[in-house]
Design a protein around this ligand. Structure first.
Ligand SMILES: NC(=O)C1=CN([C@@H]2O[C@H](COP(=O)(O)OP(=O)(O)OC[C@H]3O[C@@H](n4cnc5c(N)ncnc54)[C@H](OP(=O)(O)O)[C@@H]3O)[C@@H](O)[C@H]2O)C=CC1
Ligand SMILES: O=C(O)CCC(=O)C(=O)O
Length: 450
């Protein structure tokens, strides 16, 4: 247990007291603040200007009613959120999540993570996040469209290409981004392509954005493996989730010579010892928007393990990529993974490992890449999408992918550097938190006490 300096203890107490109904936000803040202890002396103004408390309080939070009608004419009321956490490094940037578990605490946790993640990319993007407790599952295309239109009918007043730029996250992909943009355009009479990212490539989206988060998480694990003279090639991997991030992590793992033996959704896991079939998986999940159970029905070599009967983390693997949701991997899961021979974890999801799981990974000294570093490829390519929109240009897939690869190598390098300088070599959690923080702190100091 680290000995904490008084300003960190005070900030932790202060954050706990004023956010006690938001345990997930507190979890995210605690992790960062614990990491920062050795870096406080970098600039005396961090303490003098109460920078830590300023950073833990969102600059602005927006919560609004979203009313929409289903196909039977029934009127529903949902809650919409946009939390603008920090504009120290640029316009607020971060996705929108549509999922029934969304509440203010969840959006604050995601917005807080986004500050440090965006900082690590080296690009000029601040941190924000938004979403709604709307559940798109089982909803028709026209219901999803009406919901998106209603959501944007409030949000449009608060976003702009140099103000706040949303994107996708759980439950929000290029389809939803299209409906959101359409309503923004209708309300403002402006074709501001740079107001949202993750757009379809037919009308302003960047090639490579869809793939970026998953590909990036794999580039990151490969960078970590390189430090041990290893690579992804020839390894066995499991990837939780089967949404956007998971699918493209799987694709890249396969491209780089790994065998991906399992993935999951909220109903359970598919396990296929010889390796998953990409074409079937993509067809069911990305084209048909189906369930993973159907994959096992179509692929006789695959076994479906229901959520009640087991977890993806029970399956032996060399590499584990949690790419579904927060706190999906607990201490017991982590022990099982490590005891079964897992040597590296790269988090495609935001904060998928509980604090207990993190402790296991750090204690057992496996290669552990936390989400704010490992999944930063998505937002980095979103910023490239903004650049292309601003210059009315579009780059090739290989140009974007090349930049993504460089960005992930650079983030990896920062984590290694700051871990070595302030913590211990190989401690990617401290390296990411300190590296992300110091750039934001420098900007906040320059901007004065605001
Ligand atoms: N999209 C992006 O560019 C980025 C995403 N992320 C993070 O990656 C993760 C996945 O996002 P993304 O792939 O975009 O989202 P998708 O909606 O495309 O996919 C989410 C996947 O996770 C599963 N899942 C979601 N919630 C739960 C839950 N409570 N329990 C079990 N499974 C769940 C879903 O299963 P089911 O269909 O059954 O619900 C689905 O397979 C999130 O943590 C997100 O914040 C991070 C950086 C960028
Ligand atoms: O692409 C973006 O702007 C944000 C992606 C995102 O939501 C995330 O990094 O968690």
């Amino acid at each position: 247990m680290k000995k904490l300096p008084q300003p960190i203890k005070d900030t932790i107490k202060w954050v706990h007291e004023r956010n006690h109904g938001e345990p997930i936000f507190i979890q995210a803040v605690d992790e960062v603040l614990y990491s920062l202890a050795p870096a406080l002396d970098a600039y005396p103004q961090i303490i003098e200007t109460n920078l830590l408390q300023r950073l833990c309080e969102p600059e602005r939070q927006l919560m609004f009613r979203v009313v929409w009608q289903d196909d039977n004419g029934k009127v529903h009321v949902n809650r919409g959120f946009r939390v603008r956490f920090s504009s120290a490094l640029g316009p607020y940037k971060g996705g929108l999540r549509f999922h029934p578990t969304v509440n203010l605490g969840v959006i604050k946790f995601l917005g807080f993570e986004q500050i440090f993640k965006n900082s690590l990319t080296g690009l000029s993007i601040g941190g924000g996040k938004g979403g709604s407790d709307f559940d798109p599952k089982g909803r028709s295309e026209s219901e999803v469209m009406r919901f998106c239109q209603s959501f944007m009918t409030e949000l449009y007043r608060h976003i702009g290409p140099s103000e706040d730029v949303p994107a996708g996250d759980i439950g929000v992909g290029s389809r939803e981004v299209g409906y959101l943009f359409g309503q923004y355009k209708r309300l403002t009479n402006r074709y501001d392509l740079g107001v949202i990212t993750g757009k379809d490539t037919a009308w302003g989206g960047s090639l490579g954005r869809k793939e970026a988060t998953g590909f990036g998480a794999v580039y990151f694990i490969d960078e970590m493996l390189k430090t041990k003279g290893e690579s992804v090639e020839g390894k066995t991997a499991v990837v939780s989730g089967s949404g956007n991030v998971a699918l493209y992590a799987i694709r890249k793992l396969m491209d780089m010579g790994a065998t991906v033996v399992a993935c999951s959704d909220s109903d359970g896991t598919v396990h296929q010892a010889g390796g998953l079939d990409w074409d079937q998986l993509r067809e069911i999940k990305e084209i048909e928007r189906g369930r993973l159970r159907e994959y096992a029905e179509r692929c006789p070599k695959a076994k479906f393990i229901s959520r009640k009967s087991g977890k993806i983390w029970d399956i032996p693997c060399d590499l584990a990529l949690p790419c579904a949701t927060q706190n999906e991997l607990d201490g017991e899961d982590a022990l099982k993974l490590v005891n079964n021979g897992c040597i590296a974890v790269s988090e495609g999801a935001n904060m998928p490992s509980t604090p207990e799981a993190m402790k296991v990974f750090l204690k057992r000294k496996i290669l552990y890449g936390p989400g704010k570093a490992a999944n930063a490829g998505g937002v980095a390519v979103s910023a490239l999408e903004m650049q292309q929109n601003a210059s009315l240009s579009s780059w090739t897939f290989s140009e974007v992918d090349g930049r993504l690869k460089e960005t992930m190598a650079s983030i990896h390098g920062s984590c290694v550097h700051y871990a070595r300088k302030f913590s211990r070599p190989g401690h990617y959690v401290d390296g990411a938190n300190i590296g992300g923080f110091l750039r934001v702190a420098q900007a906040m100091i320059s901007h004065g006490v605001i």
